[in-house]
Design a protein around this ligand. Structure first.
Ligand code: RNT
Ligand code: ZN
Length: 420
């Protein structure tokens, strides 16, 4: 390690120690946190099963930066590149349409064997896997409804797909020795004001009961449900709203997934974590960056990201929270997008760990809000960067923007040689 990195780190450590903050301990804790990096940033949510299908379900990716992965091999190579620039050992979040198989197989027929190459790769790379049924961009979801579809046959297809997905998730968990989170998100909703808001929700509730009927070993697979307030094409009404899934999740012991972009534009998920934590065994996050709407911009170090980190650290929620990412930007280098968003998420957690939480809580209890504000603000210019640099160096990944050099080289050598 370069000497100046170590020296700056030692200096920073002393400053933090004055407030009783043990930096080494924070880094030891940080090292254990796994971020679930979403595969779909690498190819603009296209997947490999139905490449001729248009994106649907309100999901849209803008930009035409060259180099999107076209095959599972390319996607894995891009993921490996990204992980080599991110400190720590993490997970990959797969969607069902990313099956790696030559068979022509529909979503309701998917089996663990169609993902075996992903499992073998994850094993070899020391990564975990998470999973998602893909209830969009498919012939049978064209009219915008899946698990709550009024036609029992179409609904049955999606129920079978979700059942199949849980089995794949359980296979991941068993094979890799780390729990897989299988997250159900559906696009179902109406563009305009519905005549009946209740019936689709009744159908969704019954469909989920069928999907989850089979008990799976919770060491292998945990189920999650993801809500949304509105989407493209479902502006007036989304069947799986927050209240719906909060009720469903609490009643049925499912993880509730909070996507940062799935609420009113000024509503934040950071403020929901402490409340939810009191009533659930676990939470799944889709860390994302909504810009004016659910736009899924690359995660940056903004106030909300810092607040998410703070809530997880201060509420001691890291043990029960699964941190996943959900953004897709095709206007920049896709490997860089992963690296920026994932490094920022880890950085935000570290920053939260390096705040004088005990002193802040103590001041608050004593009614000394002056101290609370003063300390909070002064800590914004504490030498957090020195600790982050040291952590990257210690983990053997590039320090500061040096990672960009590697991404640019990879772009030249690999990405620009792909023609989409
Ligand atoms: C959509 C949801 C969902 C998807 C992914 C691809 O609004 O956020 O999580 O982004 O499943
Ligand atoms: Zn999401």
């Amino acid at each position: 390690m370069e000497q100046h990195i170590e020296r700056s780190y030692e200096e920073a450590k002393k400053l933090y120690a004055q407030h009783g903050i043990d930096v080494d301990q924070a880094l030891a804790q940080l090292e254990k946190i796994k971020i679930s990096m979403h595969c779909w940033q690498g190819d603009d949510v296209r997947g490999f099963l139905f490449r001729e299908q248009q994106l649907s379900g309100g999901i849209s990716v803008t930009g035409n930066y060259p180099g999107a992965a076209r095959t599972p091999e390319e996607l894995r190579s891009d993921l490996e590149k990204a992980f080599s620039l991110i400190p720590g050992k993490h997970k990959v979040n797969l969607h069902a349409i990313y099956a790696d198989t030559d068979e022509k197989v529909d979503l309701d027929q998917l089996e663990p064997k169609h993902f075996q190459k992903w499992v073998d790769w994850a094993k070899q790379q020391g990564l975990g896997l998470d999973f998602n049924p893909t209830c969009f961009s498919h012939e049978k979801s064209k009219d915008g409804f899946t698990l709550s579809h009024p036609d029992p046959e179409i609904r049955g297809f999606w129920i079978n797909h979700c059942k199949a997905s849980r089995k794949i998730g359980a296979h991941f968990g068993e094979q890799l020795g780390q729990t897989c989170v299988t997250n159900v998100w559906i696009p179902d909703g109406y563009k305009d004001v519905p005549a009946d808001r209740l019936a689709p929700r009744q159908r969704l509730k019954a469909a989920l009961d069928e999907v989850f009927a089979e008990e799976l070993n919770p060491q292998h697979n945990l189920d999650a449900v993801e809500s949304k307030l509105f989407g493209l094409g479902s502006e007036a009404y989304v069947v799986g709203s927050h209240e719906f899934y909060m009720g469903y999740g609490i009643q049925n012991n499912k993880l509730i997934c909070l996507d940062a972009g799935h609420f009113h534009p000024t509503e934040v998920i950071s403020n929901k974590l402490s409340a939810l934590s009191l009533f659930t065994n676990g939470i799944l996050l889709h860390v994302s960056r909504p810009m004016r709407w659910d736009s899924d911009h690359v995660v940056v170090m903004d106030d909300e990201l810092l607040d998410i980190g703070r809530e997880l650290v201060r509420g001691d929620l890291l043990g029960k929270t699964h941190i996943g990412l959900d953004f897709f930007d095709a206007s920049i280098n896709r490997v860089a997008a992963w690296v920026i968003g994932t490094r920022n998420t880890i950085k935000a957690l570290l920053r939260a760990m390096l705040e004088p939480v005990d002193a802040l809580k103590k001041a608050e209890l004593a009614g000394d809000y002056t101290t609370r504000l003063a300390l909070t603000e002064e800590f914004k210019s504490y030498p957090f960067g020195a600790v982050w640099d040291y952590y990257c160096a210690k983990q053997g990944v590039p320090v500061r923007e040096q990672w960009l050099v590697e991404v640019k080289a990879y772009e030249q050598e690999v990405l620009l040689k792909r023609n989409s």
